[in-house]
Design a binder for this molecule. Sequence first.
Ligand code: AMP
Ligand code: TRP
Length: 328
Amino acid sequence: MQKPILLSGVAPSGVMHIGNYLGAISQWVAMQETHSVSVMIADLHAITVPQEPAALRENTLRMARLLIACGINPEQSILFVQSHVPAHAELAWILNTMTPLGELERMTQFKDKRDRQSDTYAGLFNYPVLMAADILLYQTDAVPVGEDQKQHIELARSLAKRFNNRFGETFKIPEGIILKDTGRIMGLDDPIKKMSKSAASANNYIALLDEPDEIRRKIKIAVTDSGADVAYDEEQKPAISNLLRIFSAFSGSPVADIENRYRGKTYSTFKDDLAECVIEKLTPLRARYRELSADKESVLAILRAGAARARASAEKTLRTAQEKIGFL
Ligand code: AMP
Ligand code: TRP
């Protein structure tokens, strides 16, 4: 029997942090056992805010290495760069013609990003439509993402339904998969906002490539809550609750066990142990990344092969959609 299809994506930016890893990427890695997985490096999405060409090229390659270092297995899964598959832009155009403006105006990520730019371009506004095309082209069953992508997945579902109703069954209706405990990891310096690579300070996040001393330093200065107990309470203790969720995800122990272990101990003991746990998990990943950095050609070959496989399935869906619409 055919395995269910998983597709997800990440924009190529300089940093990938433990929020991306715990919320999204570790799900993709784990689901390679049960799903047919495609992971897309979303460079068409990246250019919705201005990018320096040399940096974009370098970041795209770095992201490919990082994803492989995280455990995306290119022999099993499809790892590709979005701009290498022209069908994404083509289907996005078609979907744009059936997306109500009001639905895009409601997108909270658009409003956030717009407020942080001096100029806003149409691409940023249409970004969720491109994301819908990414998903629908592969007849995707499962889209594992962090919570910030929930609204975008809802749009992909509603566009698929709208198209199917008007032109007949064409697209599978995808399901978003968002983890309850790690779908929204909060910033270390501000536990009320999500961890984000565009945060003002690098103390907001732990990057997957941060060196051990950097990880110790960032966790040591991470904001804590009033009181002294290491206890899970999202309302009263958002900072400690976030650290507990991170500890639990990296160690595999339930939050309640970790609370028990640190009953009567100080925040600082808890933080020291958390830092060592994160370091232990990220050290092999950093080593694999370094190995891959020595061999640019093999990473390029993986991306070339990935694009060829992705193109084959994407084009099939695109042709069907074009025929249904009435293109000659
Ligand atoms: P991005 O870096 O924005 O391209 O996001 C890549 C993936 O990581 C997406 O699925 C996001 O939803 C997810 N993600 C980003 N930030 C966080 C966070 N703070 N907590 C959990 N998941 C996140
Ligand atoms: N918009 C997603 C993000 O910022 C990245 C992305 C692009 C994506 N296309 C996708 C995720 C398709 C899932 C499916 O994180």
